[in-house]
Design a binder for this molecule. Sequence first.
Ligand SMILES: [Mg+2]
Length: 239
Amino acid sequence: MSPVDAVIFDWGGTLTPWHTVDLRDQWSAYTRVYDRDRADELAGLLLTAETEAWQAAREHQRSGTMDELLRGVGIEPAGSQHAAALAAYQEFWIPHTLIDPDVPRLLQELRGRGIKVGVLSNTLWSREYHEEVFRRDGILHLVDGAVYSSEIPYTKPHPEAFRAAMAAVGVADPSRVVFVGDRPYDDVHGAKAVGMRAVLVPHSDIPAEQRGSVEGEPDAVVHRLADLVGVLDGWAADG
Ligand SMILES: [Mg+2]
């Protein structure tokens, strides 16, 4: 019998290959459409607000949302002006949100073995947007449960974030869960602290200010997501 009931994946840098994105440019994409005259000023304010949000996540595992960032700089995230700006923002992100080509087959393989597939992402974006991206890439129906930090009070590596992800896939025993992620602090340390096994995908160029105070020791490292199946088979053979 497989020693694994669920595999829960991080999103950015794991299910999607890592891209280094200019975070000011993403906000300019929004603000140029929202208010051309104040585009630079608002993009600067949003970048500062986002930096502070990620700092709160890293230091206190406190989550945030894109709507909160917008409201913080005086933008009400509603109405046609916002909708047009949000569309431009999401257009900016298209090339950086494409799923790793290994993923569809991997998720099918896991589900074929009776293993639940989960997602746990530290994100400011809504579930709706994440699901749209998964639907676009043809994998939404392969995900049994997902937790986005934007809809809970905590971010990884807070234990409650990992417990919420376990509840989302309906698995109670963390020792039978494998977490796959690209960040030694948020993902590997966080998963191991709640008793999961952790697999590191080591290709992300994580900025120094986003690294955590602790680095977890992964149980395995995979250079391609497709190699995960071999890792699970090895653990099954070990009993
Ligand atoms: Mg990541």
